[in-house]
Write a protein that binds this ligand. Structure first.
Ligand code: UT7
Length: 333
């Protein structure tokens, strides 16, 4: 029986730091409001001419591969999550595959928004468990800064999001004590329009992308923040408990929670629900904001660098986002 083990983690964030005070130049907001409501102090924005979605993913992947002791061509499949790809099609996985010289290797582009990385991890895990592949590269990479509306009209989303990429290398193992134990995926399309970008859309009269759509704000992120918040605090707890119960564990068995970095208040609420102390939850939203599919692999890679992922630890990844989607992965490190 094959299992998958995470053998390398890496991340890349652009050098360009945007503080809350920087945002006040473009919109009516304040450092105090942003920190109090979200916990965010600063985020990174990509630099045009230096960073792309796929180049950030490639940088994160190189680091993850080096730490796993593997070369790009040792990888059997790439699963790449992003909602902010370089092109409308083909997906950024193709561009990153080319960048890393992995020609001919299969690539899978997925979306799934803030739950993208956990969905991608689950897909890669199934390939390894089935015996079809022995190694996988799982990516979350986002450039949100070119999508968000940086005027006062867009401030409820603009202050939240940032750019960055994270990557994990998965390797087949027969050791059930050091592997991904299970993954749990959910979605509820009834709430699709509570957090979405409407355009460009194919089901429109005339062209799929027009200047009118741009003028009407159809390319902006629209979010019903209260609805997202209320569902998130319920679904996070549910999907973490689902992962624990599926493996015969209790909340007190958990060593570390790596939640999607949506909002520090959501993270704190979930931490209290589970009876975890602050050191048991990874939070870096203060420095990077919400990087959508990239947030979990960035947080995991940082936690690994800080020595917070120790041999034998029980670690849970959990995400909630647009769709709505929510997902978890339980890992014995
Ligand atoms: O990965 C999933 C992604 N999304 C999330 O996780 C978001 C979940 N939701 C949230 O985190 C919160 O709903 C927000 C942080 C987005 C907003 O916090 P809130 O406490 O729900 O604020 P609100 O939308 O109810 O707005 C309260 C007030 C409003 O003013 P009035 O109508 O009371 O005068 C807003 O216009 O705050 C105003 N406001 C702002 N003020 C300063 C909204 N955004 C800002 C801003 N700066 N950036």
């Amino acid at each position: 029986m094959a299992f998958s083990r995470i053998t390398g983690l890496g991340y890349y964030v652009p050098d360009n730091i945007i503080t809350n005070n920087d945002l006040t130049k473009w919109m009516e907001t304040s450092d105090e409001w942003i920190q109090e409501r979200t916990g965010i102090r600063e985020r990174r924005y990509f630099e045009h001419g230096k960073d792309t979605n796929y180049s950030m993913a490639a940088a994160a992947s190189r680091q993850a591969l080096e730490r796993a002791g593997l070369a790009p061509n040792d990888i059997d499949v790439i699963v790449y999550a992003t909602i902010t790809p370089d092109y409308f099609f083909p997906g950024s996985a193709f561009l990153m595959q080319r960048e890393l010289g992995m020609d001919g290797k299969p690539v899978i582009d997925i979306r799934q928004q803030c739950s993208g990385f956990v969905y991608a991890l689950s897909i890669a895990d199934q390939f390894i468990k089935s015996g079809m592949y022995k190694t996988a590269l799982v990516i979350g990479s986002e450039i949100q800064s070119s999508w968000i509306d940086k005027t006062t009209a867009g401030r409820n989303t603009a202050v939240i999001f940032g750019d960055g990429a994270g990557a994990a290398v998965l390797t087949a193992t027969e050791d059930p004590q050091h592997c991904i134990l299970s993954t749990h995926l959910h979605a509820d399309g009834r709430f699709a329009e509570d957090l979405f970008v409407k355009e460009p859309g194919s089901s429109r009269p005339g062209r799929a992308a027009t200047k009118e759509m741009l003028d009407e704000g159809g390319f902006n992120v629209h979010m019903n923040g209260n609805a997202v918040f209320k569902h998130a605090i319920v679904r996070f707890g549910e999907v973490i408990n689902e992962a624990l119960e599926a493996n015969g564990y209790q909340q007190s068995d958990l060593d570390l929670l790596v939640p999607h970095q949506a909002n520090i208040r959501i993270s704190d609420y979930v931490r209290q629900q589970l009876g975890l102390d602050e050191a048991q939850v990874v939070n870096n939203i203060q420095r990077f904001g919400n990087t959508t599919a990239a947030s979990i692999p960035i947080a995991m890679a940082e936690a690994w660098e800080q020595g917070r992922l120790q041999d034998g630890n029980l670690i849970c990844l959990a995400a909630f986002g647009s769709g709505f989607t929510w997902a978890s992965a339980l890992i014995r490190w």
